[in-house]
Design a protein around this ligand. Sequence first.
Ligand code: CP
Length: 310
Amino acid sequence: MALKSKHLLGLEGVTREEITEILDTAATFKEILQRPIPKVPTLRGKTVVNLFYEDSTRTRISFELAEKRLSADTVNFSASGSSVKKGESLRDTVRNIAAMKIDMVIVRHRSAGVPLFLTKCIDASVINAGDGMHEHPTQALLDMMTLREKYGTLDGLKVAIIGDISHSRVAGSNMRGLKTMGAEVLVCGPQTLMPRDIETFGVGVCHSVDEAIGWADALNVLRIQLERQDAGLFPSLREYHNEYGITRRRLEKAGRDLTVMHPGPINRGVELENDLADSEFSVILDQVTNGVAVRMAVLYLLSGAEEAVS
Ligand code: CP
């Protein structure tokens, strides 16, 4: 089955069948990644441009590796060091790149809606690698893959998303994807970091992290964007940690198996106690590993290639 759109702009409107297809395909690619030569010719002859207007470590390297594992030709673009610095517009930049005959564009940008805008400028498939506070669909897909590996299904799974829900594209995509897949979702954080229209997502809301821990099977802990403190949305990082930080003591008080996830980069000692990311609760590096397989699956399913593996 192919996906119904040739773009992946977000998980809004992506069906349960399509998400299942992506996760199943990612599981196949994950097996290939264990082989001595972890490479297949699936995207041979296709050219993919990684267009990053904003910093990234995991998403950028993961997409690049996924493209190379699928034998695509890849080109990396960073706004710094490009003619964007001379004032070239986004539309002109991307139309010039497209004129060099490309098949797919991976885009990260600080403004919500840029991936959708690009679909109106060029014919290539566009994949959103994070747009402002809107969506980060491949992050949510790799989060769901990690949860599905551990629990076997997302149906009925209780996932608490903790932290800055309002400014987080990871939260946006996770809420949409998890609800589509039948999970129960609770968001937890200070009122000042909660979207005004949160009820439209069909998720529970709470402001006590102990309550969230007492309810959940898995916690997806969001990065506190340090610039939010300057905006006065919470009193200090220390107070945030005291009220909402995930600590071993809090997890052990729950007295059962709990999974701790984080999209990275982590502020150790703020949203997560210093060594918790490296503890038995954490699947954070599994998330990173699964990111390559999920991105291979998305690239393959949007490419129109005949077979995933020959
Ligand atoms: N999770 C994530 O998007 O990380 P990067 O910003 O490093 O890509």
